[in-house]
Structures are given as C-alpha cells and as structure tokens.
Design a binder for this molecule. Sequence first.
Ligand SMILES: [Zn+2]
Length: 295
Amino acid sequence: MDKIKFGRLTFIQGQKGGRYPFCNSLCIDDREKVVIDPGSDERLLKKFDMEKGIDIIINSHYHEDHTSFNYLFPEAKLYVHEDDAPCFKSIERLLDFYGLLGTNLEHTWRGLLVNHFHYRERTPNLEFKDGDLLNFGDTSLQVIHTPGHTIGHSSFFFPEEEVLFLGDLDMTAFGPWYGDRVSDIDQTIVSLHKLLTIPARIFITSHEAGIIEGDIAELAEDYLGIINRREDTLLNFLEKPRTLDEIVNQWIIYKKPREPRDFFELGERGMIKNHLSRLIKKKIVNTKENKYHLL
Ligand SMILES: [Zn+2]
C-alpha cells in the first residue's frame, strides 16, 4: 500500500510505514492540486508534482515530520492554522514553541531542523481557523481546529467523501503525544471528543494505520485511556517527593530509554512536564524545593 484513492483524494503512505521521521500525506487532485502534510515520500510527492503541479500545501501543524518536503515546492501556496503560523515564519518561534529556546539542545535542534528536515522560513499565504471551508474546485474541506498536540493542530473533514483527516491524533498504540511547551493534555482530550462528532466513515491518520474505516469510538477510548495510564504510573512514582530528572528517568511515557537518546528524552521530559502542570492545576500535586509531591 503506498497510494489509495477516495474520489479526488489520494492517500500517500509515508516511508517506514508512515512512522517518524515520516508521516502520511493526502493529495487533492481537483482544479487546484493540494498536498496535506508533505512529509511522506519524496519520490511520490515529486511524481504528483511533476504530473499535476502542486498549487497548495496545507500543513496540519508545524512538526518537522509533517513539513520536511515543503521545501521541494517553493512555488506552492502555504496554508496553515493561524495559531501555528508563527513557527513557519520564524525558526526562533518554532524553537520557542518546542520549548527548546535557551536550552542546551537548542543548537543541535536548530541544525537538525534546517539540515535534516529542510526547515525554511516561509510566510503562509493563508492562515485558516476553525470552521473555515476551503474549496479547491469541486472538493471542499472543512477545518476542524484540534489543539493540544500543538496549539494550531488541525484536522480536515471532506463532507462529500466522508473522509476525516485526523492528523497526529493518530490512534496509535503509543497514545497521544503532547510534549511541546505549548502542548496541552486537556485540550487533546477535548479535541478528540470533537472529532468523534464528525460524520465521517473513513479516517486518515498521519502515522502507522493510515486509513481506518468504520467507527473509531472504541479506538479513541483506548487511545485516550493511555493518558490515564501514564498519569496513574506517575502518581504511583510520586509516593515520595521526586525531582523532574528522577521522574524523566523512569521513562513512564516511552517505557524504556530509546535511541537517539537526546531526542526521546526531550519528548519524555516535555510530556511529563505537561502531566505535572495538569496535576498541579488539579491540585493533586505541588512542588517544594525542586521536588514534586502529592497533596
Ligand atoms: Zn506532530
């Protein structure tokens, strides 16, 4: 499976089965030719461009695995959600949203984003928002703002095709990811519930499964359940006061240290910090002398 069609929509599976550092793409072949998230497969994206000519790139959010082949299509217009737009215009803002600015990983990441993921500052031609209806000929797309993963993360509904592009609310066994400085666990939950109200019959995920047909309610429940399991494990570990480093070293999110270590530790730390903020907000946890403790 590398290409599957739904009317004028074509699903392109990312390399490595759509696993990081790749994602799946969705192309629209209408009066205007569109690619959602050109992070899938350089060869197939170039082929689509050669045969049709890509007019518009839509990014569901600013993450590097979704934008890595944007640079191949400099003439295309860029459409992104208004809340994520600053990260496309400026690498400083991108590093800031990740929570990397001023950290010892900033330099490495700046290089990685530019050299490996081909990050190029680019001013979006359109900054969309929740509810916007975009038309590309006979195909219309409804923007569904689904923040939490990033603040501007968006999903896209094609009413005629009954296709819903979920983006990184991807229903994987790993569970939801919310490791950026601007990520938010409660918003992730609200966003997923919002998606369950959309009358779709085909769901496109950015990673792994790629295409899910039928009802996703049960899958979504399991997916969200992972948040509670992570939180329960964290609360158990807080049976006595712990520093952030001690908690991160437990690998509650990724289960075990993974390589490249710097990369996964950054994700682990970001996700744990967001769990701790949530627990502090709920008055279940507090901090004293650099240690987190139960209330
Ligand atoms: Zn992402």
